[in-house]
Write a protein that binds this ligand. Structure first.
Ligand code: PXP
Length: 254
């Protein structure tokens, strides 16, 4: 197993706070620079159709000013494809998007929508952008992701984290088992495996310990925790917990 687990820091919610007042502070690009200094291996940003947090200008500046891989999360739409092809980020993660949702609630139904998704994967891959699909850890979704030529699958950890937060530990552990099996199956098919959504200091360990997972993308918790300890300290602590879990592949909840 690859011992080193990459951390992609998602800076969307720095932009959420900025947009609450419509000005320039806090600047997500400055946050991205801090994240890199604190040990982030990459920066993740979700340009939503409704531009509720990250803006087009943020993406332009991230491409120009950040010297780490940018992972652009976006819906599979013509508008977003044009933007991605213009900026050529290191990676694009295709995510489902509904305007009314609070966050990305559930993975992309790549099995049900492969006719729609496949051309986006092809066009992005043709320009050397790494293409990731944000999916549930489900064997059918994983098989179709592989079939349509994705390089990466990012396994959705949202339900696992929700179950933990609600104290439903039996459900949490069932979902964790599915994440482990999904990661194994994806790797067997030659896909690179990432995971993310909702991860916190409490939930990161067992996901970080899944040997096939090589990258975690984490945002909301880190930005929230920054209020109490600072952004730098929250990222460093997350990095430390990831490294500890990786050193101890059997990490379990205490
Ligand atoms: N990965 C993907 C594909 C996402 O859409 C998000 C949220 O934008 C994240 C990871 C990060 O989730 P969170 O902000 O809850 O850590």
């Amino acid at each position: 197993m690859s011992r080193y687990l990459r951390l992609g820091v998602n800076i969307d919610h720095v932009a959420t706070i900025r947009n609450a007042r419509g000005g320039k502070h806090p600047d997500p690009v400055r946050a991205a620079q801090m994240a890199v200094a604190a040990g982030a291996d990459g920066i993740t940003a979700h340009l939503r159709e409704d531009r509720r947090h990250i803006s087009d200008e943020d993406i332009e500046r991230l491409v120009r000013e950040i010297d780490r891989p940018l992972n652009l999360e976006m819906a599979a739409t013509e508008e977003m494809l044009t933007i991605a092809l213009r900026h050529k980020p290191h990676a694009v993660c295709l995510v489902p998007e509904r305007r009314e949702e609070r966050t990305t609630e559930g993975g992309l139904d790549v099995a049900g929508q492969h006719n729609h998704v496949a051309p986006f994967v092809r066009e992005l891959a043709a320009t050397k952008i790494r293409v990731s699909l944000f999916i549930e850890a489900n064997v059918t979704q994983i098989a179709v992701a592989s079939k349509i030529g994705a390089h990466v699958v990012e396994l959705h950890t949202g339900a696992y984290c929700e179950a933990h937060v609600h104290g439903d530990f039996a459900e949490r552990d069932r979902i964790l088992a599915r994440l482990k099996a999904g990661a194994k199956e994806a790797a067997r098919l030659g896909l690179e495996v990432h995971a993310g959504h909702g991860l916190s200091f409490e939930t990161v360990g067992p996901v970080a310990a899944i040997p096939e997972v090589v990258e975690l993308n984490i945002g909301h918790f880190l930005v929230g925790e920054a209020i109490f300890t600072g952004f730098d300290a929250s990222i460093r602590r997350m990095r430390q917990l990831m490294d500890e879990a990786r050193g101890n592949a059997g990490a379990q909840f205490a």
